[in-house]
Design a binder for this molecule. Structure first.
Ligand SMILES: NC(=O)c1ccc[n+]([C@@H]2O[C@H](COP(=O)([O-])OP(=O)(O)OC[C@H]3O[C@@H](n4cnc5c(N)ncnc54)[C@H](OP(=O)(O)O)[C@@H]3O)[C@@H](O)[C@H]2O)c1
Length: 294
């Protein structure tokens, strides 16, 4: 099986390349050949890769910057995502599109299920929601995977930021009133490869649609930071004391949902896939990051 993934150096794209077993070829396609801000570039770039399945992982992911650049975020996350889905339809193949917990408002008190009403509270969330709609309209043969709080040994993410800050600080103030599901990009990649294989082999409509895909369990950012430092300390790396603070004490341009927790029950019931507990995957990422840093 040959998979084309959009975005060459993104966390999910790199994790797919790192995870794919022999027999699955992952071709990462990004700028300049494929520029989501230039929809005309999308079909030729994906056609040239001759894929069996497309994974749409590239996105405008700068959540705060999107507040002041709504047009750029919309072009990439909505129009660009739609162009990828339409290209998959023209090639007669499935598309697996990555979306986000930020399509929800965060007001629900329990984990969100796929059927819950959306209600983004940021520009990024709004553009990703419009992307979902365009992906669904562009190709009936689609899976939309909403994930959250993604980290990996690659690129920029919360785990790497915490470990970097601990090099120079003994104490860090971290938000404790946002709840979510930390998710390893390597776990996303493994699940995505399994879903791609099922989609290629099985036309069952029940396998298509929107699914939540996050690490099992839940945490606040402060819980997550505390666990990162516990793992790092145990492995001989840097750590810092975590002081819990409120969102109001850490103002950002974009609002974030207070509750970002997503239920993985639909994916488990449909595909038999449930991601590992977030703590065990955090340990794997911290170990890999520390190893590269030494
Ligand atoms: N990170 C999270 O916490 C998180 C949470 C929920 C959902 N998601 C979703 O999960 C998916 C994967 O996220 P990630 O963390 O892997 O993202 P990432 O590491 O930020 O990578 C984003 C990728 O998109 C590419 N890209 C940006 N603009 C582009 C354009 N105009 N044309 C082509 N490529 C472009 C970037 O290319 P360059 O390398 O050239 O910059 C980069 O490779 C995204 O759809 C994101 O919205 C992420």
């Amino acid at each position: 099986m040959r998979i084309a993934v959009t975005g060459r150096e993104g966390q999910v794209a790199r994790s797919l390349r790192a995870t794919a077993p022999s027999g699955i070829e992952v071709i990462a396609i990004g700028r300049p050949e494929l520029d989501l801000a230039n929809p005309a570039s999308v079909l030729p770039a994906l056609t040239a890769a001759q894929p069996d399945v497309i994974v749409s992982a590239a996105a405008y992911t700068a959540v705060d910057k999107a507040e002041s650049e709504p047009e750029s975020a919309f072009a990439v996350n909505a129009a660009g995502a739609g162009a990828v889905s339409e290209a998959a339809a023209k090639l007669g193949i499935p598309v697996i599109h990555l979306s986000t917990d930020y399509v929800f408002s965060g007001e629900k008190l329990a984990p969100y299920v796929e059927a819950d009403p959306t209600g983004p509270i940021s520009v990024y969330g709004s553009t990703k929601l419009e992307g979902e709609l365009r992906v669904a309209a562009g190709n009936p043969d689609h899976v939309i995977l909403r994930t959250a709080w993604v980290y990996s040994p690659f690129g920029a993410n919360f785990v790497k930021t915490m470990l970097r800050l601990a090099e120079t600080r003994n104490e860090l103030r971290v938000v404790a009133d946002q709840q979510g599901c930390p998710t390893a990009a390597l776990d996303i990649a493994e699940a995505t490869l399994a879903i791609a294989a099922r989609l290629k082999a099985d036309a069952d409509i029940a396998l298509r649609g929107t699914f939540h895909l996050t690490g099992t369990g839940e945490a606040s950012w402060a819980d997550f930071a505390t666990e990162i430092f516990a793992q790092s300390r145990a492995l001989g790396g840097n750590s810092a004391a975590v002081t819990p603070i409120t969102t109001a004490e850490y103002p950002t341009p974009a609002r974030r949902p207070a509750n970002s927790r997503l239920s993985g029950d639909k994916l488990a019931a449909t595909y038999g896939i449930r991601l590992p507990g977030w703590k065990s995957s955090t340990e794997i990422a911290v170990r890999a990051i520390l190893k590269n840093a030494i």
